[in-house]
Ligand binder design. Structure first.
Ligand code: K7E
Ligand code: CUA
Ligand code: CA
Length: 639
C-alpha cells in the first residue's frame, strides 16, 4: 500500500520512467524513490537525480542549486568521439569537451592549421586519421596527488597518445606509438625510481594489446606476433623505450615510488582466436623494473624494428629468468584478468579476474623482494586471491582500506576490505571481507572514486560507467546512452545517488578536487608566433599565388570589412582575437569553403585553403559575442 503511494507520487512528479523498468531495476532504486517522495512533500524541488536519497546516509548530495559550483572535476574519456569530457561532480554536468583525435565542429579542431599540426596530416594536408577510440584518462602526479599540469588519453585504434594541458584544457600534443597495435592501458608514473628529487610524473606507460609481426610484414603465422610495452616522455611526448614481452598488455598501473609499472595480461597464450586466448587457467600480471630497463637502454642492450629508432629491450620470460638482473616479473593470476589498480596506501596492485570471479592482491614490497632475489618466486607476491562475484573488471578505493570492484555479469559494485581479504586468504575464514554490494543499472565496466588512485583518496563519491542503460532513460530507438551512476561511498553502505546519460563510450575517468587545477581565463598573445597583435597589422600580403590574410576580431567587428583574393590563390588566413575578457570568443566561418573555427580571448588561429570558387563570401562570426553578433562579418571577394 505504502509502495503504491510512492509510485504515484513519483509519477506525478514527472518521473514516469518507472513503467519501463524491470524488477531488478526497481529493487535498486527503491531507496531513491522513497526519499524523492519525502522531499517533495517538504516543498523542496523534486530532484530527478534522487540526491536526497544520500542525505540520510553520508550526506553527499548530487543536486546543486543554480549558480552553485561542483567540488570535483571529472575527466571522462570520450570513446568513439575521440575527445575528453570535463564533468563537474557531484552534479554530473558536462562542462566541456576537449577534442583530441577527432575533428570538432565547435573549436574547429581539424580545421585550423594549429590543430591539424597536433593531429597529424598526410602529404596533401588532410588529416591522417579521423576516427578514434579513447578509453583511459589519467593525469600527472606530484607527491602522490594530481598536480594539475597534464592529462593523457589513449587512442586504441591508431595507437596514439594525446596530452592535454590542464591550464587551458586543450590538447597540445599527440604521439603515435611505433611497433604496436591496440594501445590500450595508459598510466603516468608517480616518481622517478632513481632520483628521489623527481617526485612527479616524467613518464607515461602504454600497454600494447594486439600482437603483430615485428616489423609488420603481414605474415599470417601468428606465432611470430608480439606485443610491446612503451614508455613515453611526459614533457617531449617522444617514445623513450619499449619492452618486448611474452603475452599481451591490457590495463596499466604504476607504483607510488616509481619503481614498478605493471600490466595485466589476458593473452599469455598468445592466441589469435578467443578460444586460444582463454585456454589457460591462469594468465599474468606483468611487472616492469623501470630503473633496470632504463639502465639496459643506456648500456645499449636493445634492438630496433623497421623505421622506428625507439630502443626495444627484451622483457620475455626466457631472457629474464634470473630475478637479480630481470627487467620483468610475470606474476600468475587467474584466467583472463582485466584491470590493474594501485591502492592509495601504495602497498598493493589489485588485478580483477574477469573470467574468474576473483580479485588478486599483489604486495609491491614483495615484488621488489623478488627483484632483489629475496623471494623464491614472483607468484609469492600474491597476498590474497578472493572471490567477489561474476565478471570483476575494475577497482577503485576509498582511502579507508576498502576496494570497490565492478562485477560486469552480476551488474553490481562490490565493496570489500583489502586487509580482511588478505587475512581470509591467509586462512582466517572468519574474516568477512565483503562489506557491501549494490546493484547498478546495468553491466558496469570502469568505476572510479573521488581521488581514488592518489594518496589523497577521500572516499566520498564513486562513479560507475554502466555499459547498458536499457530502461533508465526515455527510449530513443535501438541505441541507448551509457549510464554513468553516482554513488555515495562516505558511509558503510553504498547509496545510489544519480543516473546520468552519456554518449558512448567513455570507458574510464578520474575524479579529483577542484582546487588541484588552476585554469587560465585568457590566452597570451606572445604564445602565438603568428599573432596579429594590432588591428593595424591587418591586410592581404601577396607573394605570387601565396596569399596571407591577417585579421583581428574585437566585438562586434573584424578588423577588415572586406578582403580581395584571386581565383586559384593559396590562402593562409590568420585571425587573432584581441578581446581580453574571458569567454569573449569569436567564430570565423567561410561559406562553401569548409571553414569554421573559433578564437578565444587573445588566441590566434589560422586556416589554409585554395580560393578555387569565385564570388562573394560573407565570412561571419559563429560564436555569440555581442548584441551585434549577427552583424559581425567580413566580405571575402574572390575575383
Ligand atoms: Cu575495461 Cu578499455 Cu579500461 Cu573499457 S577497458 S571498461
Ligand atoms: Cu563575434 Cu559573434
Ligand atoms: Ca588467457
Amino acid at each position: 500500500m505504502k509502495d503504491e503511494k510512492k509510485l504515484t507520487s513519483e509519477e506525478s512528479s514527472g518521473l514516469g520512467r518507472r513503467r519501463f523498468m524491470n524488477s531488478a531495476a526497481l529493487a535498486g532504486l527503491t531507496l531513491g524513490v522513497a526519499a524523492c517522495a519525502e522531499k517533495k512533500s517538504d516543498g523542496a524541488p523534486a530532484a530527478a537525480g534522487s540526491a536526497p536519497a544520500a542525505a540520510g546516509h553520508g550526506g553527499n548530495a548530487s543536486h546543486l542549486k543554480p549558480g552553485e559550483l561542483d567540488s570535483y572535476y571529472g575527466l571522462w574519456s570520450g570513446g568513439h568521439t575521440g575527445d575528453v569530457r570535463v564533468l563537474g561532480l557531484p552534479s554530473g554536468r558536462e562542462i566541456l569537451r576537449i577534442p583530441c583525435f577527432n575533428p570538432d565542429a565547435l573549436v574547429g579542431w581539424g580545421i585550423t592549421n594549429e590543430s591539424k599540426k597536433v593531429m597529424g596530416t598526410k602529404a596533401d594536408g588532410s588529416l591522417r586519421y579521423t576516427v578514434a577510440d579513447t578509453h583511459h584518462v589519467h593525469a600527472s602526479y606530484k607527491d602522490g596527488n594530481y598536480d594539475g599540469r597534464y592529462a593523457w588519453v589513449n587512442d586504441k585504434i591508431n595507437s596514439r597518445i594525446a596530452r592535454i594541458r590542464l591550464d587551458y584544457f586543450v590538447c597540445d600534443k599527440i604521439t603515435e606509438l611505433p611497433n604496436v597495435q591496440g594501445f590500450h592501458g595508459i598510466f603516468p608514473d608517480k616518481a622517478d625510481p632513481v632520483d628521489p628529487k623527481i617526485n612527479y610524473t616524467t613518464r607515461v606507460f602504454c600497454g600494447g594489446e594486439f600482437a603483430i609481426p615485428l616489423p609488420n610484414t603481414g605474415t599470417e603465422d601468428s606465432s611470430k606476433y608480439r606485443s610491446l610495452f612503451s614508455c613515453v616522455d611526459a614533457e617531449t611526448m617522444e617514445v623513450r623505450w619499449q619492452v618486448l614481452i611474452d603475452g599481451n598488455c591490457d590495463l596499466v598501473a604504476t607504483s607510488y615510488d616509481g619503481k614498478l609499472a605493471a600490466t595485466n595480461q589476458y593473452n599469455t597464450e598468445m592466441g589469435a582466436k578467443y578460444e586460444d586466448m582463454m585456454s589457460s587457467e591462469r594468465d599474468a600480471c606483468l611487472f616492469f623494473n623501470v630503473a633496470r630497463i632504463e639502465a639496459a637502454v643506456k648500456a645499449g642492450k636493445f634492438k630496433t624494428y623497421g623505421d622506428s629508432k625507439v630502443p626495444v629491450v627484451d622483457g620475455t620470460r626466457d631472457s629474464n629468468k634470473d630475478p637479480k638482473t630481470a627487467l620483468t616479473a610475470y606474476v600468475s593470476v587467474p584466467k583472463n584478468p582485466h584491470g590493474v589498480n594501485a591502492s592509495p596506501d601504495a602497498k598493493y596492485f589489485i588485478c580483477a579476474g574477469k573470467l574468474s570471479p576473483t580479485a588478486t592482491v599483489i604486495e609491491l614490497a614483495k615484488v621488489l623482494d623478488y627483484f632483489d632475489g629475496k623471494l623464491e618466486a614472483a607468484d609469492k607476491a600474491i597476498v590474497a586471491e578472493v572471490e567477489l562475484g561474476l565478471g570483476p573488471l575494475h577497482t577503485a578505493f576509498d582511502g579507508r582500506g576498502n576496494a570497490f570492484t565492478t562485477l560486469f555479469l552480476d551488474s553490481q559494485v562490490v565493496k570489500w576490505n583489502v586487509d580482511a581479504a588478505i587475512k581470509f586468504h591467509a586462512g582466517d575464514k572468519s574474516a568477512k571481507y565483503v562489506v557491501d554490494r549494490l546493484d547498478v543499472q546495468y553491466q558496469p565496466g570502469h568505476l572510479n572514486a573521488s581521488q581514488s588512485e592518489t594518496r589523497a583518496a577521500d572516499g566520498k563519491y564513486l562513479a560507475v560507467g554502466c555499459k547498458f542503460s536499457k530502461d533508465r532513460f526515455l527510449p530513443v530507438g535501438p541505441l541507448h546512452p551509457e549510464n554513468e551512476q553516482l554513488i555515495d561511498i562516505s558511509g558503510d553502505k553504498m547509496v545510489l545517488m544519480a543516473d546520468h546519460p552519456v554518449r558512448g563510450e567513455p570507458h574510464d575517468f578520474i575524479i579529483f578536487k577542484r582546487e588541484l587545477v588552476k585554469p587560465k581565463q585568457v590566452y597570451n598573445l606572445e604564445d602565438f608566433p603568428l599573432a596579429v597583435k594590432d588591428a593595424k597589422e591587418s591586410g592581404v600580403e601577396r607573394n605570387g599565388k601565396k596569399v596571407t590574410v591577417r585579421l583581428t576580431s574585437q566585438a562586434p567587428a573584424f578588423s577588415m570589412r572586406e578582403f580581395k583574393l584571386k581565383k586559384g590563390d593559396e590562402v593562409t588566413l590568420i585571425l587573432t582575437n584581441l578581446d581580453k575578457v574571458e569567454d569573449l570568443t569569436h567564430g570565423f566561418a567561410i561559406p562553401k569553403y569548409n571553414v569554421n573555427f573559433i578564437v578565444n580571448p587573445l588566441e590566434t588561429a589560422s586556416v589554409s585553403f585554395v580560393a578555387d570558387k569565385p564570388g562573394v563570401f560573407w565570412c561571419y562570426c559563429t560564436h555569440f559575442c555581442h548584441a551585434l553578433h549577427l552583424e559581425m562579418r567580413t566580405r571575402m571577394i574572390v575575383e
